[in-house]
Design a protein around this ligand. Sequence first.
Ligand code: FMN
Length: 225
Amino acid sequence: MELYDVMRTTFAARQFTSDPLPDATLFKILDNARFAPSGGNRQGNRVVVVRDPATRKALGELAAPAAKRYAAQVQAGESPWNTIVPPGPDAKTIEATPPPPRLIEPVMKAAVVLVLCVDLKVVASMDQDLERVGIVSGASIYPFAWNILMAARNEGFGGTITTLAVAQEPKIQALLGLPSHIAVCAVMPMGRPVKQLTKLKRRPVSEIAVLERWGGAPLAAPHTG
Ligand SMILES: Cc1cc2nc3c(=O)[nH]c(=O)nc-3n(C[C@H](O)[C@H](O)[C@H](O)COP(=O)(O)O)c2cc1C
C-alpha cells in the first residue's frame, strides 16, 4: 500500500473475522515494526504473543474495572481517565456502570493478542521529576505500537492499542510472568477486520498546529491551483 493511504486508514479494529493471523505474517509485521525509534535507541520494547484462549479471557476481564470508570465518565460528559480534572462519578456509580462489551470482548475474540511491554531499566524518562503524569517514557514504545498497526494494515490485518487493562498491571505481570521492571504498555487484539474503515474522524491541521506560540495563527493549508 501507499504510505499515506496506510497512515490515513489505519483505524482501531475491534471486530475480526475468523481468519487466522499466522505466525509467519505476525513475524513479518514485527520484523518491519521493530524499526521504530526509541530514546537513545535503547530498544526496551518486548512483545508477548498470546493465543491461549484462557489467557486472552483473563486479559479481557482485567480491562473491566477501568472500562466501568471510562463509561461512567463518558456518560457524565467527561474526558475519561484524564489526570487534570477529577472524575465526577463517585465509586458507587462507577461500580454500577456496566463495562461496554466493545472495550472487553475484542481481546477475547481476536486471532491473537500482543501484550506490548517496555523494560523500565532502559527507558529514559526525562519528565520523571515534573509534577505531572509521565508522558516521555511512552515515546519509547508507542511508535513501535503504531508501526505494528500500520504494518498489519499493509498485510490486510488490523488491531487496536488498548490500555484499560494496564490499570491492573500487577495482575497482568502475574498472569504472564513479567518481572516488575517490565511495564505493560498496551494489550493489542489483532486479526482480519470485519470491515475496513477509510474515513477516520480527525481534527484538521488548522485546529492542531499554530505558528510560533500557543494561541498563534493556525498553520494554513497551502493555496492550490
Ligand atoms: C493510547 C491509546 C489508548 C487506547 N486505549 C484503548 C482501549 O483501552 N480500548 C479500546 O477499545 N481502544 C483504545 N484505544 C483506541 C482509540 O479509542 C481509537 O484509536 C480512537 O477511538 C480512534 O479510533 P479510530 O482510529 O478507529 O478512528 C486507544 C488508543 C490509544 C492511542
